[in-house]
Design a protein. Sequence first.
Length: 490
Amino acid sequence: MGPTPIFMLQLLFALVAGGFTTLTASPFELWWLGPIAIALLYMGLHTLTPAQAALKGWLYGVALFASGTSWVYVSIHDYGYTGVPLAVFLTALFVGVLALFYAGIFWLYRRFFTPKLALLTFAGIWVLGEVLRTYLFTGFPWLLLGSGYVDSPLASWAPIGGVYLLSLLVMLSGTLAAEAVLRRQWWALAPLAAIWLIPLALPQQWATPAETPTRVALLQGNLPQLLKWTPEGQRTAANTYSRLTAEVADEVDIVIWPETALPMMEAQARPVLERVQSNLPPGVALVTGIVQLDEANRYYNGVIGVGSVEGSYQKEHLVPFGEYLPLESVLRGAIDFFDLPMSSFTKGASEQTPMLAAGVSLGNAICYEIIYPQLVARRAQESDVLLTVSNDTWFGASIGPHQHLQMARLRALENGRYVIRATSNGITAIIDARGEIVARVPQFETTALVGEFYAMEGLTPFTRTGSWPAWLLAALMLLPGLRLTRCRSE
């Protein structure tokens, strides 16, 4: 017997739900679609076999990542020197493999859990699946369900439990709403209301700002990625950032250049930086992303400074295929995409002393690192402000930079810290301790953003504990529905 019309309708709902989840994130920010997406997935799930549920979960993941990470194609094709057919294949492979996370979640749910208190167990296993996606095979915590809620009524939960608590609450909102509407379980409206109303009574700010602000200039060079590492590109970069710095140096305390602003090794860049420093007013700090090479010929993606700067930072969490190559002995040389410039970095130490710039301690998160909640919380524990330098040129004119900025906003909200974000071609912005953008400049322009931030003192509950309370809560929610005997529907 072939698939039933009801089962086919469930598969269609899974595809719709995946698209809805993408729409909760920037640049769309239709966060109210999140609970609707979860309700569509939850409906009828308990009538499926584990294999059918896995297919439903996989199709949800395909729709989510095909719509939400379409920028992967841009990176591979436009900047990875890869032809259209191969770029399409690699993007489809990326989407299909990531979707397996949701196939696994749905299979495990139907295989090991009963419908008893399903509204809790489905939410719990979903969040634990997000945790697995954050860390397995170096992790990819992009488009976590809670990431799109920095502007929603749920936002005040973020300083308490972070993005995973937000995911859990969105999941519960969807399952509770489905129980109330579809099964007439009207009692579900009470906890649903509590989830959305309690934030009204929560503190809006957990940390205390300094009495006086720090003036900062974030430079956006807007240099073409494909020409950046040529001799002409190196000269253009040096001239562009030197000129922009000279234009703003008298107005600020700190000047920030983005990730690999100067496309050259630190030793080669030092004369440029020292020349710029010689024209800086006394006490002004210049901080820049740079490629470092040590005595053992190991490359690091780093942040250094001149002027009123102490210390440096080396990127801890590297991007697979972009900054290092898994299975290098097999893949290196196979196709051009696996031979990108600067794709053999070494990871920095997990414990690094914060940099000091103009007397302010900086918690660094280079580019991709800002999407990791635990890593950023560790940086925030010892810093006054969070600094992220990034090269989002790889995204092109896609939705990727908007999603990246939204996750940086959520890190600011979680930790009660300003995030100052300098990027190569956008989106360069200053984000306050409540996750709100206080200043930004347009993408794809050569410009400087001059503004101010406040050093913050004090820690949010999330910064103190990290994500583990939300993980523990999700795990405890699994216990009521745990199946102790084999599923007969397999």
